[in-house]
Design a protein around this ligand. Structure first.
Ligand code: KIV
Length: 270
């Protein structure tokens, strides 16, 4: 039997969780990047609707369409051999009705080849999560800061800072667990509350800006690569400065072309 790592399954993810191993997750939006991420042994690749800002130049995630998300999810799937690939259902593709959510979610598996979908929300979408899970669509929940509601909420903030909000997040997590979600992204939630949620449910929590006690962590790949230049969000850590490197390379190419140093002899056919 080959020792090469095979495609992850939800059962493998569950085993990591049961064994107390931390789950590693990153976003990716294209084939080549997905291949790098997969080769590094990341367990779960999320084709987040952060796609809107990282790849498409939108101000928020709200303008991402189902077709755009499916297009990028399929590209990621083509680059992945091992990791689980989860497509992030965009704004208004799962909130209108469970039937519509089911038809749209099905396209991630059938058309894009994903292993499941992520949906934002707590108790209010639990019945939809139940329907998706019942027809065989694995669902990753998402509570705390919900980027698709950021416009309505009036901006970004940390959740769970009052006892009422902490209790409400806990109820959301329990509702998603009861509805059959295989895990829950917990975003921008105070560390103590995220720890309480993690200890209070029996499915993995995957934190972003939720402290170190979640079952795993997810980051937007552009943040850790240092491709996003405007500022470093508090929840992230830059492991490099690719933006600077890309600028350096492009400027070097520009200068070589201008100065007649590119192409060289080695780049030309005699
Ligand atoms: O869209 C996204 O990338 C996400 C992660 C930040 C969890 O939802």
């Amino acid at each position: 039997m080959s020792d090469a790592p095979r495609k992850m399954t939800l059962r493998d993810l569950r085993k990591l969780y049961d064994d107390g191993e931390r789950i590693v997750s990153l976003t990716a939006y294209d084939t080549l990047t997905a291949r790098f991420v997969d080769d590094a042994g990341v367990h779960l690749i999320l084709v987040g609707d952060s796609l809107g800002m990282t790849m498409l130049g939108y101000p928020t995630t709200v303008r991402v369409t189902l077709d755009e998300s499916l297009h990028h999810t399929a590209a990621v799937v083509r680059g992945v051999q091992h990791a689980l690939v989860i497509g992030d259902m965009p704004f208004l593709t799962f909130q209108v009705s469970p039937e519509e959510a089911m038809r749209n979610a099905g396209r991630y598996l059938q058309q894009a080849g994903a292993d499941g979908v992520k949906v934002e929300g707590g108790r209010e979408i639990a019945p939809t999560v139940r329907r998706l899970v019942d027809v065989g669509i694995p669902v990753l929940g998402h509570i705390g800061l919900l980027p698709q509601k950021v416009v309505g909420e009036g901006g970004y903030r940390v959740y769970g800072r009052t006892p009422q909000e902490a209790d409400s997040l806990m109820e959301d997590a329990l509702a998603l667990e009861a509805a059959g979600a295989f895990g829950i992204v917990v975003e921008s939630v105070s560390a103590a509350v995220a720890e309480r949620i993690t200890g209070g449910i029996k499915i993995p929590t995957i934190g972003i800006g939720a402290g170190r006690h979640c079952s795993g962590q997810v980051q937007v790949i552009h943040d850790i690569l240092g491709l996003f230049e405007a500022f470093v969000p508090k929840h992230t850590r830059r492991y490099g400065n690719l933006a600077q490197e890309v600028r350096r390379i492009v400027a070097a190419y520009r200068d070589d072309v201008r100065d007649g140093n590119f192409p060289g002899e080695e780049n030309s056919w005699k």
